[in-house]
Design a protein around this ligand. Sequence first.
Ligand code: HEM
Length: 211
Amino acid sequence: MDPSVRIVRLATLKGVVEQHREHVAIDLYLLRGLSDQADLLFRIHAAELRQTQDFLLDLKSSHFGRHLKTVGVMHGLTKKPNYVPGFPDQMKLDLKTTSEPGQKPYAIVIPIRKTAEWWGLDQEKRAAMMQEHTAATLPYLASVKRKLYHSSGLDDLDFITYFETSKLEDFHSLVLSLQKLEEFRYTRRFGTPTILGTMKSLDEVVELLAQ
Ligand code: HEM
């Protein structure tokens, strides 16, 4: 496409994002170059899923959106922690450590599905395993920022796990240590896909796509 036409189309991306920003929080990630599946990732938070839908419909029908092909969509809810309230006080305190993902962090998204056996265990057993999970992950909390979304019933997964870090080696060690735990045996889907990208502002994305 002629670069000048491309810039005009990209302006419609900016317009749609700005128009919806009052109702939805939109984060953008560049996957191009790091992924063979997609160029861009949108992370959208809204109080109502309808507002996300309205944004995506407007985006798709914009001049820019007509050139987009949706590769995948995942839905999840944010919720209060299930297990943390029952953890020892020191662990609860340690979990309050502020994460510093660094100035130019990578974002990693890993969808997870647990087995029927996991959901059949009583709360106490699951809580004990989640306490082990937390003990193994706490050393990484300072450099890895995390967010958990619950997806059971809304999507073909149970959780969407989201992380930001500039220390990919730390993240790699973190996942290796989790894979050794008893809790991990109750995982039936981990990734597929694992999404890795760089965080970008809207202006940065527009600039990159204009090139
Ligand atoms: C900084 C590192 C991490 C910390 C501090 C951490 C901590 C925690 C805590 C405290 C919970 C319990 C939340 C609750 O009470 O409901 C939890 C849940 C969970 N974490 Fe992590 N985590 C970390 C990294 C990871 C990683 C790397 C993965 C996998 C890629 C992961 C996957 C999960 C999943 C799937 C749950 C929900 C489990 C369930 O409710 O059955 N976490 N995490």
